[in-house]
Write a protein that binds this ligand. Structure first.
Ligand code: G3P
Length: 198
């Protein structure tokens, strides 16, 4: 019962999509109609620039942190893991936005920072390095997620942690399926490319 409550609250926190909210508030439009169609910080950067994207990124990270802390408060350690998964599910498939949200990278980062900060920072560094070299945020996100999983396999700490890492990585890869196709056929947009709102 407590675990279910942690999951529901985290899912609702995740469902508050800041990319959609900020874009709608500032430009009275739906971010999902532009660029990659994703309701996340990278796409907000294409459409509204760095400052707004930074706030979106920060809010998405904070959602992950909040959901894990709340989950732990309600249902202990297991509640933290469940909260971390549920908040990303809410971010990716938000009940308030017809189940079409973001790709869950920043929110996953917030959750893993709260549960496993050292591995989270190492994965972030690898992800940023890939973005700097390739100029593809999607590639950095996918490799960052795999780095997190691989570290969790190498430095195995518990079955819960491993399942948590597998589920988060699987969601990141699944949500990037269109990006993977674009990366393979050379049409993925690079970091810094702008998209104008017509
Ligand atoms: O975190 C999302 C990023 O990896 C890709 O975003 O807008 O290029 O699909 P986007």
């Amino acid at each position: 019962m407590k675990i279910a409550l942690a999951a529901i609250l985290a899912y609702l926190i995740g469902s508050f999509n800041s990319a959609y909210f900020f874009t709608n508030f500032i430009k009275k439009t739906d971010i999902r109609k532009y660029g990659s169609g994703n309701a996340g910080a990278t796409n907000v950067m294409r459409v509204l620039g760095f400052k707004v994207a930074f706030f979106v990124f920060l809010s998405d990270v904070l959602k992950g942190v909040l959901a894990v802390l709340l989950g732990r408060l309600i249902a202990g350690n297991i509640g933290g893991y469940v909260g971390g998964i549920a908040v990303v599910v809410g971010h990716n498939w938000p009940v308030f936005l017809g189940f079409k949200g973001g790709k869950g990278v920043a929110t996953s980062f917030g959750a893993i920072m709260t549960i496993s900060p050292v591995i989270a920072v190492l994965s972030l560094i690898i992800g940023i390095a890939v973005i700097s070299i390739s100029k593809y945020v999607s590639l950095g996100s996918i490799i960052g997620a795999f780095t997190f999983l691989i570290f969790n396999i190498i430095y195995y700490s518990s079955l819960n942690m491993l399942i948590f890492a597998i589920l988060l990585t699987a969601m990141v890869v699944f949500q990037h399926r269109a990006n993977i196709k674009r990366l393979l056929n050379g049409t993925e947009s690079k970091f810094g490319q702008k998209t104008n709102i017509k």
